[in-house]
Structures are given as structure tokens and as C-alpha cells.
Write a protein that binds this ligand. Sequence first.
Ligand SMILES: Cc1cc2nc3c(=O)[nH]c(=O)nc-3n(C[C@H](O)[C@H](O)[C@H](O)COP(=O)(O)OP(=O)(O)OC[C@H]3O[C@@H](n4cnc5c(N)ncnc54)[C@H](O)[C@@H]3O)c2cc1C
Length: 355
Amino acid sequence: MTHEHSSVAVVGAGIIGLATAFRLARRGNAVTLFDAAPATGATRAAAGMIAPTAEIAPGEESNYRFQRGAMDAWRAMASEIAEVTGHEVGIVQTGTLIVGWDASDRRLIEQFRTVAAEFGAPMRSVTRTDEPRLFEGLTTRITEGLVMDDDGWLDPDEAVAQLMAANEALGVRLVREQVRQASADESGVRVVTESGETRADYGIVTTGAGGLPNGLTVPKSPTVRPVRGVTVRVQSLDRSALPTVRAYVRGRAFYMVSRPGGYCVLGATAEEKSQPLVEVGELQRLLRDGLDIVPELEAAPLLEVRNGLRPATPDLRPFFVALEEPRWSWSSGHYRHGVTLAPLAALDALAAIPS
Ligand SMILES: Cc1cc2nc3c(=O)[nH]c(=O)nc-3n(C[C@H](O)[C@H](O)[C@H](O)COP(=O)(O)OP(=O)(O)OC[C@H]3O[C@@H](n4cnc5c(N)ncnc54)[C@H](O)[C@@H]3O)c2cc1C
């Protein structure tokens, strides 16, 4: 290799691959990024919540420990992106309001509160009587909730566009092709696509729920399974200056992320299914839950329905591991938190790959 820094092949241009490529390229690595359809996987479906506190879901409590630095990590990466593109990705810290539909859902929130308190997550109880504005747009049967002020959101479409622009400006070579085969020897890695072969010093797989390309193997667990999720975009009330609404409805989770102008993302289904499609039943459940919590959605123009496959591990934790083949690593398992964790995943790559 003739360049000063090592060269890296990054396979998969979702939010994890884009952020990984960005941080490597900014450090000086020569990066080639492979994806036939960049950012059309789970990243495209994501609502963009950066909500470490509200994500203390049963079975995932310990994730809070590494997710709570995510907001700062995003702010730092947004500034770095702005130094390259001149545009800073908007990161909004509105907090989360979590509410329950019926008595059983409210008990779920009480359980959530107990677990979140054990982790020292900041939150406060609120009532409609004391703070009516927080409950704007919500059905009047909801009179109380919990607010987590540390949470926020970004627009994943904007983050993707800025990362793509920054990567281009930093000289990342984007190969819009599927990786068919990958391998390695002691001198470097080899990536095969339809149009030919690329060599690099190191390789990182960031294919989300897509798994490993042919030729690569993981020494032991983790395994990644797809968990399908659907989000719906509607034009509705502008709660962008208020906390994101999250609700338990008949035991299911519903959220509404409201952006300025009333562009709202409703989410999300969670189906143990691997087909990237939308079933009528899952969409109906999501919309019914939404209508129960926010009645004025009834008249909201429907803009778009998106679906994606979340990459989930058995313990629902992400990983960055070395593969059996030398010089290859795998960064995945970000499940419901990949947008949140992208800057941290990129730091893992910086630490693992020599400059
Ligand atoms: C409905 C829904 C809502 C969500 N909401 C949030 C949220 O609010 N906040 C949050 O933090 N997270 C959220 N997530 C989770 C988040 O979207 C994912 O964790 C994240 O997008 C995973 O990113 P990724 O880059 O690993 O995978 P992906 O975004 O799926 O990207 C993988 C890329 O790899 C490419 N690829 C696959 N195989 C190959 C190959 N052989 N060669 C080349 N390229 C390949 C694909 O084309 C794809 O572009 C949500 C997910 C869903 C589905």
C-alpha cells in the first residue's frame, strides 16, 4: 500500500457503516464503503429517538449504562460532520413523556420507574392538572405520566444525508454494489462485488440484520436475527417543542416523534419475522394504538409507511468482534438502538483498526 494510513473496506452503508466510515476517513484511513442500496435497511425505518432512559425496557436495562453517553457522542459527531459539510445535524433534547392506556399499562410504567430508578436514570412524575401543555393532543383519559428530560431525537434522513456528504468530501469511495464474497490473508482483505475485486488492509462488516457475506465466519456467538419494525409518517400535530410521546397500550409500545411543522413518526411494530414487508394486521395494531393515545390522528394525512429489520442478538446487546478471518471485524446487534449508538459504534472501529 502506498498511502500513509491503512485502508479499510466497510461492508454495509446503514447508519452504523456510514458513521464508521466517517470516523475512519476523518482520521485519515482510506475507506471504501460497499452497499447496493445505502441506508435503505433498518436505518430508513428508524424514528431517530436518542432515548437511553425511555429505552430501559424489561430485559434491556443494562443497556442504559452504555447508551447514556449517546447524546453527548452524537453532539460531538454532529460537530465533526459540520466541520466537513458546514451543516450540523439537528439534535433535539425534548425529553420523553411516557404514559399508560389502562390500569395494567400504568402498572407497567410503575415497574419501569422502579427499574429506571435503580439505574439512577433521571425522571419526574407529571400530571395533566399541573402541566396541561405536556399532555397536548393526548386523549383526556391520560392524566399522568413520567417525563425523562435527558432523552431526545434527530432526523435519521438528515443524519444519513450529512454522513453521505461528509464521507464524499473526505474521499470515501462508495461502491454501490452488494458484496458477494469476502476473504483475507496475512497481507490484507479481499472484497468481491459484481464488477470486480477490491483489496484493503482491514475490513469491517456493518450489514445490520443482513449478517456476514459469504466467506466470513464468526468464531463463536454472537448471532444476529432480524426483528421487523414498521413506522408510519403522518402530518399531524406539532409537538416538536414537547417531549416525545411513548405509551404502553394494551401491553404494546407506541411512540410518536413530532418534528417541526407536524411531520410525525409513529412507531413501531416488533415482529420476529425476516421478510422486509408490512402486514396489514401489524399496521392496523400500530394505528389503532396511536388513535387511542392521540385521537386527532384520525384526520391526519398519511405520508409514508416504512419497514426495516432490526439486528438483534440473544441478549439484545450490540457487539464489535474480530472474525475468524484475519483483519476482519463485525459490528452489529444494535437492535432498536442503532441510530442512538452509531457514534459509539464508530469509536469501537477507531479503537480496533490501526490508523
Ligand atoms: C421501525 C424501526 C424503528 C427504529 N427506531 C429507532 C430509533 O428511534 N432510535 C434508534 O436508535 N434506533 C432505532 N431503530 C434501530 C435502528 O434503525 C437500527 O439499529 C440501525 O438502523 C441498524 O443500523 P445498521 O447500519 O447496522 O443496519 P441497516 O440500517 O439495516 O444497514 C445495513 C446495510 O447493509 C447493507 N448490506 C447488507 N448486506 C450487504 C452486503 N452483502 N453487501 C453490501 N451491503 C450490504 C444493506 O443494504 C443496508 O443498507 C429502529 C429500527 C426500526 C426497524
